[in-house]
Design a binder for this molecule. Structure first.
Ligand code: PNW
Length: 473
């Protein structure tokens, strides 16, 4: 073995694919009803004309509910050692509330999935909340807009720890609170579709508190016997100042504060929100009481990182964009060149070098082991391709190789990185974009639900075979 190919990752590095319940479980509305699943805010949002680009619905995605065993076997055949997925809150508590009945069939569904993961040697990495809020809680008190959500989330979390904590040792409370607050309540592009300049900051506050309360329950009541770890996962992409001017350099930091610091600064650093956000929002931004901040500070055992792209960034904006710190995100440079090729989504480009910088930034600022919980790519025009062409996903292969090399680079730089989950296992419901953009390493035929691995599935698998040292036997 040459020095160059020396494996840099930990022998116990966790890798596999990531999914989320709402994006891939359902086969039909009738199936959901028969399974006792309650509606989520996404079921409601999908009924709004124009909300979903192609008019598809979250109640008919990839039917993992039927195909779970075959999907887990396919993952395993690719050599993974773990699987990140989420529990559907309305599947296990259809109306969501602390006093509402539990749906035993929903619990049994996840019993099967978790048991099968363990049986075939995949470590389950489980998200409690990946955006599918029980609709009943939204109707009752506005969902995340109300503090009343905290005891309801606590009860849901406790139910999950009680039922599965003996088997699940890696928990994520919330996936990407920035998206829940920002796209759900500022741009209105995601469920529940609110456009407001006051709500996102309240929603964000309640998300942080609900997360921290769930973590306290885990640590007080379950961790002593179950010995697992728990944290939150945040999105937030890298930004490169458009040029060296002080205002554009400042814009880059303001954007990192708004996307990541909003949640990470209270949780990891104990700050009462970043100063740049306080300046921008003044008293629209809530304040943690000292007791709340004591609960929040340190409430994540690790840094959960979802990462997709890199932008160039300029100070100021034409249209106000407070969830990005009122900056302008670009893909071009002063010399007219672009930062990376286009994908199937306007916000996503393939820029591998930004990932290494980003991981180093996170590790030096927050000083926590990093679990990469999502990273992936939607190939431009893939939906219009034949199945034969779509599985030859050369652009996705290039993306993964570049980003995975960046992960190894950050490890070589000294960052403590412990997992990597590719987004996503198979093509699935891409939220407001519907079934159009495809993120899967496995193709799904949306008529027959047939699954076919793409070249990227094998490429990711090969990369890990080369880069994780064999555990000494
Ligand atoms: C993440 N943005 O969402 C989610 O965790 C996944 O459920 C999703 O499928 C995946 O990334 C790909 O989109 C995001 O607009 C959605 O910046 C939108 C944005 C970021 C993340």
């Amino acid at each position: 073995m040459t020095i160059d190919s020396k494996p840099a990752l930990r022998p116990d590095f966790m890798w596999g694919f990531a999914t989320a319940a709402a994006q891939m479980e359902s086969g039909s509305k009738e199936q959901d009803a028969a399974a006792g699943k309650g509606d989520s805010i996404w079921d409601y949002f999908c009924e709004k004309p124009g909300a979903i680009a192609d008019g598809t619905k979250v109640s008919r995605t990839t039917d993992f509910y039927t195909h779970w065993k075959e999907d887990l076997a396919l993952m395993k055949s690719l050599g993974v050692n773990s699987y990140r997925f989420s529990i559907s809150w309305p599947r296990v508590i259809p109306n969501g509330g602390a006093e509402d009945p539990v749906n035993e069939a929903g619990l049994e569904f996840y019993d099967q999935v978790i048991d099968e993961c363990l049986r075939i040697g995949m470590t389950p990495f489980v998200t409690l909340y990946h955006w599918d809020l029980p609709l009943a809680l939204y109707k009752k008190y506005g969902g995340w807009l109300s503090r009343r959500i905290i005891p309801d989330f606590e009860r849901y979390a406790r139910l999950c720890f009680e039922r599965w904590g003996g088997k699940v040792k890696h928990w994520l409370t919330l996936n990407e609170p920035w998206v829940v607050a920002g796209l759900g309540h500022y741009t209105g592009s995601f469920a529940p579709g609110h456009r407001s300049s006051s709500e996102p900051w309240i929603v964000g506050h309640h998300l942080i508190l609900a997360h921290a309360h769930a973590v306290k329950i885990y640590r007080d009541e379950f961790k002593p016997a179950q010995h697992g770890e728990i944290g939150i996962t945040l999105n937030g992409d890298w930004v490169e100042p458009w040029d060296e001017s002080p205002e554009n350099v400042q814009a880059a930091q303001d954007k990192m504060d708004a996307a990541i610091g909003w949640f990470a600064d209270p949780i990891y650093l104990g700050h009462n929100y970043p100063a740049s956000m306080r300046k921008m929002l003044s008293d629209r931004l809530p304040t943690f009481t000292p007791e709340e901040l004591a609960l929040v500070h340190g409430s994540s055992d690790f840094y959960g990182c979802n990462f997709y792209t890199t932008n160039t960034i300029k100070a100021g904006c034409v249209v106000e964009d407070e969830i990005n710190g009122n900056t302008t995100l670009c893909f071009d440079r002063p010399d007219g060149s672009v930062i990376g090729p286009e994908s199937d989504l306007g916000w996503l480009r393939d820029v591998p070098w930004g990932f290494r910088k980003h991981l180093n930034y996170l590790y030096s600022k927050y000083q926590k082991p990093i679990y990469i919980t999502e990273n992936g790519y939607a190939v431009k025009g893939e939906s219009q391709m034949s199945a034969e062409d779509a599985v030859k996903d050369a652009d996705r292969v290039t993306y993964y190789r570049g980003y995975l090399d960046a992960v190894r680079g950050a490890v070589e730089d000294g960052a403590d990185i412990r997992s990597y989950f590719a987004w996503s296992f198979h093509d699935n419901f891409e939220w407001a974009s519907g079934l159009g953009p495809r993120f899967g390493c496995v193709r799904v035929d949306y008529d027959t639900f047939e699954r076919t691995p793409k070249d990227s599935a094998y490429a990711v698998s090969e990369w890990f075979k080369k880069n994780i040292p064999a555990e000494s036997s």
